[in-house]
Design a binder for this molecule. Structure first.
Ligand code: PLP
Length: 376
């Protein structure tokens, strides 16, 4: 039988014809017609003040870190259970990531532990919406306001998830999205910076254009195009933007389909949860169906489960090695408080295959393989 991969990049409709159109339009570098269409799509659909497409979520996080104007030794509070880019973007500015433990139910940063991590050097909080499930943003925003901190949402996994009626990525000062091929909406590599505080828009455009005032020049706002600030090249090519736009046109359908896969998993696996073998993920109609994971009883069970599923042609994967225990995490960051939840949950989590083209038979095969592990 054909193996079931963990992830499979997909084309949903007009991706290739829009790339051909971008070529025909004769503008292949950044900020042509398709990049502008994508930016507008985000601004209208998500209701963010300003959206700027980037070549990755890593790039969007780096831009946000520059916009936070961090000085060497400044501190940034974030979970340890996240992707390296969440921390690296700030370390590149000379800042110190301060890791806080996660909640056992959502695996998101525990908002009740944030205030204890604040020092006179703290400048920002970086909530990561793991699996597209929202962090407690009301609480986080009120802590930030009280202590005059900026909030950068790492919404890489959270495109089109909502929290109290607002899209994730539009609540903090900045939101960072990813369109990497493992995310819900894809363009191979790709990302966007959402800027929800108008004070930062002008500088964001400059940083994204290698530190030049090119955008202002093209708008006729200045008469010279010159180097005015630090910056880098954070633009995607029009070929990437055209591909992405074809997916954005059908974003709701893609998200709906992923949610249905998560529901199908939940429906069938709930019996194993009730039997006490595992915990299924926190999941509701406000999240985007980004990920379906199981929390098993131990690292040994996880290792055995992954090996068993592979013999059945099913390819699950585990996820992050917590950053506080990684070599660079120890060198550049520090922890605040116990990391108990992060340490135990990260060892017991296994992610099941989930991709757009997955059908009911595939889901049934994955579930049957899990059931057969417990029936041995
Ligand atoms: C995928 C991911 C990123 C990085 O996204 P890229 O677009 O690959 O740079 C950052 N943070 C989290 C939480 C992610 O899942």
């Amino acid at each position: 039988m054909k193996p079931i991969p963990f992830n499979k990049p997909f084309i949903i409709g007009r991706e290739l014809s829009l790339i051909a159109d971008a070529v025909a339009l004769g503008h292949l570098s950044g900020d042509g017609a398709y990049t502008k269409k994508c930016n507008r799509w985000f601004e209208e659909k998500l209701g963010c003040g300003k959206a700027l497409l980037t070549h990755s979520c890593t790039a969007a996080l780096e831009m946000a870190a520059i916009l936070c104007d961090l000085q060497p030794g400044d501190e940034v509070i974030l979970p340890s259970y996240t992707f390296v880019s969440t921390a690296n973007a700030f370390v590149l500015r000379g800042a110190v990531p301060v890791f806080v433990d996660i909640r056992p139910d959502t695996l998101n940063i525990d908002e009740n532990l944030i205030e204890a991590a604040i020092t006179p050097k703290t400048r920002a909080i970086v909530p990561v919406h793991y699996a597209g499930v929202p962090c407690e943003m009301d609480r986080i925003m009120s802590i930030a306001k009280k202590h005059n901190l900026l909030v950068v949402e790492d919404a890489a996994q959270a495109m089109l998830s909502t929290y109290n009626g607002k899209f994730l990525g539009t609540i903090g000062h900045f939101g960072c999205l990813s369109f990497h091929e493992t995310k819900n909406i894809i363009s191979g590599e790709g990302g966007a910076l959402l800027i929800n505080d108008a004070r930062f828009v002008e500088r964001a455009e400059i940083i994204r254009e290698k530190g030049t005032n090119r955008s202002q020049f093209f708008r006729g706002a200045v008469d010279k195009y010159t180097w005015v600030d630090i910056g880098s090249s954070y633009l995607p090519s029009e070929l990437v933007s055209a591909f992405l736009y074809a997916q954005l046109e059908r974003a709701d359908e893609i998200i709906g389909h992923r949610r249905a896969i998560c529901s199908a998993y939940a429906k069938r696996l709930v019996a194993l949860e009730q039997a006490g073998h595992m915990r299924l993920p926190h999941f509701d109609e406000h999240s985007n169906g980004h990920m379906y994971y199981l929390l098993l009883d131990s690292l040994d069970t996880r290792t055995a489960m992954i090996a068993h599923l592979k013999t059945q042609g099913v390819n699950p994967v585990f996820h992050y090695v917590p950053l506080h225990s990684a070599p660079a995490g120890k060198k550049y960051g520090r922890v605040c408080g116990s990391m108990e939840q992060t340490d135990t949950l990260s060892e017991r989590l296994v992610r099941l295959p989930l991709y757009y083209e997955m059908n009911q038979a595939d889901i049934a095969r994955v579930c049957a393989a899990i059931e057969s592990f417990y029936a041995r």
